[in-house]
Design a protein around this ligand. Structure first.
Ligand code: ADP
Length: 727
């Protein structure tokens, strides 16, 4: 027994240890249990959170679909619907259950979408599924029972890079499109209004300035004359502002065109320089020309618009420079065999422009530094117009200025070059009035030239212009006479006036063309209404070319050189003194004033000078301009003026108005307009032009109303010319 006792104890100890171990394990287990329980709890919380979040997302998505004003459609990759915005159910043919179960787009959209658009739309959907990007686009039609402009957006939905369906949205743009159309219509109306108003204002303004001129000339009252001078200057400013507004509205409405034609660079520079010098008279500022002699002389481009930009910039320089100088610099950069970039710069020593103002300069209607420049007129449109014109001609305009020191404007344009003959040395400082007589560069004594014009004065001028070239010039006054002449003679060139009574220029040309030799003879239209695209119009009608009236001697010479047979041309040789003298002598004869002996010649010259200076005192007459149409030959010009006086048409116009003979009134006033322009009476001519154009538009009331004003001006001019011609 004594042995059994230790064994039992040992067992007991073992068991105790076992129990302890079990207890420890139990403790561990219950700890793990706790962790598990807690983890479980967390999982439950997380799940509840996710469910709540999901429910929230579903709720918001539902809200989005329920309240969206747009029709949204989600489809699967086979174009079967997945869901749509609720707006669908107001107009669509399928109910919610069907849409959610999936119907093909074609069926889902039945009745909502116009049939003619549906095919194209489904095609775009297929393309989008295939991975193509389709831009949103606008369609028009009766959607949802009313006329709408709808923007269609089709985008693909991707999951893990794979296209799983489409997201389609239709947005109602009706109001936006409406607003845009209204704004565009308003813009056009504004442009038309500006153009019409400008035109309407210009007519009475011309009358105001004309009347002021009468006072200036006829009145002995010094105060009245001073006031009239102010009226004239103010109305001139107003007219130039109106012209700016007209140009600006043309640019805004996209109607401004760049019209290309051949021109001489030297004549452009001389013109703007002469104008600037006139404006600089009686100031302390001088004009300096820095023109590279290698610049190409013969260019093709829009001379009028280049001049407009230059005149505006030079005009500003004159306005804002009290003393010092204005430098016009011109350089070129050859671009290729046919093009160059002309780089102009105008630098002045004037008041300068503040840096913060420089950016505003080129925007419309803005004049800068208005406090200081209050007294200086302008519309603030000049530079905005210049910028547009320069950009239309492929260049840029820039300004560099130091306030208080001066300003430099530069601009460049791309120009076509006819040939690379250089411009040569441009006179740096031309004395006003020292314009040299035009010298014909060749003669063609054998060339047969026929001129057809119903207006005697025009015929005289044409004969005078052609005389230095040919001894064989015939002038006739109607299409019928032209046909008689043509039947008996060969002519190399026939110039035909467009607007003639009975048989007009086009009809005359057509008849002549049908006669033997008619097809081969060069026929050139003469027109006083040369508008944009005139050349194309006349060549389409069957003429070889056209010549604008008043005829520029330079252009006439170019045309003769181009169209006369080269075998008949004999060069005068510019450096040959004899030939030049001959040519000048011819021109004197052309003017009808003979000058054989030198004493007699001197006497005549003295008389001519006296007449010219009397003519220069007539404010309506731009003598230099008139001279330029008469080869800068004073005798020729004076003889033209005397023909203008002798062939006055004031009484004829009066009679035609009285008898309401509108057709003939139109022909007469058109001719008078041309004659006035030829002698340099530009403003009076413009008034005749207003009458002519009013009549063309059947505005007879306008003619009745304005006839008297015009006739008064015309008669006053005739009277002044008559007086100037008296020895
Ligand atoms: P405006 O037809 O009124 O002259 P512009 O657009 O041609 O209008 O010019 C706008 C303004 O730019 C001018 O009113 C003047 O304040 C400023 N400006 C233009 N050229 C010069 C210059 N050479 N010197 C100083 N200021 C100038």
């Amino acid at each position: 027994m004594g042995e059994a006792q230790p064994v039992a104890n040992e067992e007991l100890e073992k068991l105790k240890l076992e129990i302890k171990k079990l207890k420890r394990e139990l403790k561990h287990k219950s700890k793990d249990n706790e962790i598990l329980r807690m983890a479980n709890e967390q999982a439950v919380h997380a799940q509840e959170f996710i469910q709540r979040e999901n429910a929230r997302q579903v709720f918001y998505t539902r809200q989005l679909l329920k309240t969206s004003p747009y029709l949204l459609i989600l489809t699967d990759e086979k174009l079967f619907t997945v869901m749509t915005s609720d707006i669908y159910y107001q107009f669509g043919s399928c109910n919610r259950a069907r849409i959610q179960a999936g119907v093909h787009l074609k069926e889902a959209l039945d009745g909502i979408f116009p049939d003619e658009e549906l095919e194209d739309f489904l095609e775009k959907c297929e393309k989008t599924l295939a991975g193509e990007f389709i831009e949103s686009y606008l369609i028009q039609g009766d959607f949802f029972g009313q006329r709408q402009d709808l923007q269609v957006n089709v985008k693909s939905m991707k999951q893990d890079g794979v296209v799983i369906g489409l997201n389609i949205m239709f947005v109602d743009m009706t109001q936006v499109v409406d607003a845009k159309e209204r704004a565009e219509a308003a813009d056009i109306a504004k442009g038309n209004f500006l153009a019409n108003m400008s035109h309407e204002i210009r007519t009475p303004m011309n009358a105001i300035s004309g009347m002021a001129e009468f006072i200036l000339r006829d009145s002995d009252d010094e105060a009245a004359k001073r006031h009239a001078a102010m009226i004239k200057s103010a109305s001139r400013t107003l007219i130039s502002i109106i012209n700016d507004i007209l140009d600006f509205s043309r640019i805004e409405s996209g109607k401004m065109e760049i019209v290309e034609d051949d021109y001489k660079l030297s004549s452009l520079i001389n013109d703007v320089a002469a104008m600037t010098r006139i404006r600089l008279q009686e100031t302390q500022t001088e004009l300096v020309l820095d023109i590279a002699p290698s610049l190409p002389e013969n260019l093709t481009g829009d001379e009028v618009r280049v001049k407009q930009v230059l005149i505006n910039i030079l005009g500003n320089a004159v306005k804002f420079t009290k003393e010092g100088s204005i430098t016009l610099r011109l350089r070129q950069e050859k671009l290729d065999e046919e093009h160059c970039r002309l780089i102009f710069s105008v630098k002045d020593t004037g008041i300068g422009i503040r840096e913060e103002d420089q950016a505003k300069l080129f925007s419309s209607f803005s004049q800068v530094d208005t406090r200081r420049n209050r007294a200086i007129e302008g519309s603030g449109l000049g530079l905005a117009i210049s910028r547009s014109l320069v950009e239309m001609m492929g260049g840029k305009i820039r300004v560099f200025s130091v306030y208080g020191e001066g300003t430099k404007f530069t601009f460049d344009i791309i120009s076509r070059v006819k040939n690379w003959e250089g411009i040569g040395e441009i006179r740096k400082k031309a004395a006003p009035g020292a314009v040299k007589a035009f010298q014909a560069s060749f003669r063609a004594p054998e060339a047969g030239i026929l001129v057809v014009d119903d207006n005697e004065m025009n015929l005289d001028v044409a004969a005078g212009l052609l005389h230095p070239y040919s001894d064989n010039v015939t002038c006739v006054m109607s299409g019928a006479e032209a046909m008689v002449c043509f039947a008996g003679h060969d002519y190399d060139v026939i110039f035909i006036d467009h607007m003639m009574p009975v048989m007009d220029g086009v009809e005359t040309m057509e008849k002549l063309r049908k006669m033997p030799g008619g097809k081969e003879t060069v026929m050139i239209a003469l027109t006083a209404n040369a508008l944009n695209g005139a050349k194309a119009e006349y060549t389409a009608a069957g003429f070889d070319d056209f010549l604008a009236k008043p005829v520029s001697p330079r252009i006439l010479e170019e045309m003769l050189r181009k169209y006369l047979p080269s075998g008949k041309i004999i060069e005068n040789g510019k450096e040959n003194g004899e030939a030049s003298k001959d040519a000048a002598g011819e021109k004197s004869a052309a003017g009808g004033v003979s000058g054989k002996q030198s004493e007699k010649e001197q006497e005549t010259e003295g008389e001519n000078e006296a007449v010219l200076s009397a003519l220069r005192n007539i404010p309506e007459l731009n003598v230099e301009k008139g001279l330029s149409y008469c080869l800068n030959d004073s005798a020729f010009y004076i003889s033209t003026i005397s023909k203008f006086v002798k062939r006055a048409k004031d009484h004829i116009l009066d009679d035609q108005l009285k008898e309401e003979d509108w057709d003939n009134y139109l022909v007469t006033v058109h001719a008078v307009k041309g004659n006035l322009l030829t002698i340099g009476a530009e403003e009076v001519s413009r008034e005749a032009r207003e009458l002519e154009f009013a009549l063309r538009e059947e505005k007879k009331d306008y003619v009745s109303e304005h006839h008297e004003t015009f006739i008064k001006r015309y008669r006053a001019l005739l009277k002044a010319c008559r007086a100037a011609l008296q020895p």
